[in-house]
Design a protein around this ligand. Sequence first.
Ligand code: HEM
Ligand code: FES
Length: 446
Amino acid sequence: MAKILYTGINQLVESQDPDSSLLDISLQNQIPHLHECGGNGRCTTCRIRVIEGHQNMSPRTAIERETAHLRRWDPSIRLACQSHINGDVKIQRLVWASAEVNKLQLETIPDGEAELRSIATIFCDMRDFTRITSQHMHYDLAHMLNRFYTVLGDPILMNNGIIYQYVGDEIIGIFGTSGGSREKNCQDAVRAALGMQYAIERLNRFELKDFDTKFRIGIGINFGRAFVGHLGHPKHRQFTVLGDPINVASRIQGCTKEAGATILISNSILKSLPKDSLKIGKSFSKQLAGKDFETELFEVTGFTKPDMNLELQSSLDLILQNEERFAMRFYENVFVKAPGVRALFKNDMAAQGRLLTHMLGGIVYSLSRPEYLVMGLKALGKSHERYGVRPEYYPVVEEVLLETIREELGDMYTPELGEAWKQALHFITEQMTNWKAEKQTEHAGA
Ligand code: HEM
Ligand code: FES
């Protein structure tokens, strides 16, 4: 029998099964452990640091060797889904929250040199920052600014973007540092901008009412090739993005106030997206500083069709504002509707609730990385078969999850939100169940 000590939570667990990976052992013991690609060695979110017991770890698999080489990991960093143990180990999970996942992209960017990459850039500026700072006490201001940066940062992180910098009252987000199609990177950036607009409206309405303040923002978005790299003094290299498209995004942002628009995009963004997919308000041409020609700018007020990802992203924090209550309501309702499934739950229900809400939140963050999400959901479906979950239980769970989401949203519920969550839950359960049909088709074809 091997013992695994998880530092951080200081939990000791035991494993008898040499075929279980370290990730399997975490899940069997209800320890939250991110595993976006479902244990396929692709996403690196399950990474751990082995603190003691290196000699008891299995050698790296081929896929792990490749990842470790690309990301220049030292030997103590391992993928939990690719590692087995034959003795005691002490480990530390390295990625704790879905919001941290995008940053992992930066490890694939070379040190000391810059590469040209096609990226979409968002510049978001707080209007009247000086007036706001002069009107509030430092303590209140720090609180408000922290909330401001959080609610504006989340939409960047949920759309596979990286928060590149805070410059005073400005946030800069970039999309596409690890590749991805031009359309996807631009769509991610526009969705993030719309998410930011929505988040600020909500912050003003609910949280800043008592401070008698309203934040207003201006956002400029541009697409183009820029140099991306870790540059600087050899002892202090920083992730850096350089190039004209970045400066242009900043200047586009500078036009928002005068134009009376919250979000302005360049033609390079507009033409990257499917025709007529954006609601465009004003459009005009402007000579931006440093340019000897006019640039066409377009105000974006929304997507023409409801966007499932945007709806889900902008309602997630409302739904999970009290995760424990959400999980409790959900399981109570499931057991009323399908009393037979109660017996399948053999472990602690409070911990199970945390795993469920952790997974739902993780799914919303992974929507912008669909290739990993699908792998992860198939793996989740396979483990559900092992838990004794039969296909006919899925529609019940889907229905109850939807009801619970509606209850948690309360007054904020809209038919568009309901439809987006319905579509999403259907997609999730379809991926969790259809791996079997795919397997049968593969066998039939072989
Ligand atoms: C939207 C679909 C679902 C999601 C996102 C989901 C999520 C999860 C998660 C995250 C776990 C923790 C263990 C792991 O990660 O493997 C889990 C365990 C489990 N789920 Fe689900 N689940 C879903 C559907 C269902 C359905 C339809 C049932 C049937 C009643 C079910 C029954 C169980 C059981 C029995 C366990 C193991 C509990 C234990 O260890 O005591 N789940 N689920
Ligand atoms: S790499 Fe281990 S779960 Fe994705």
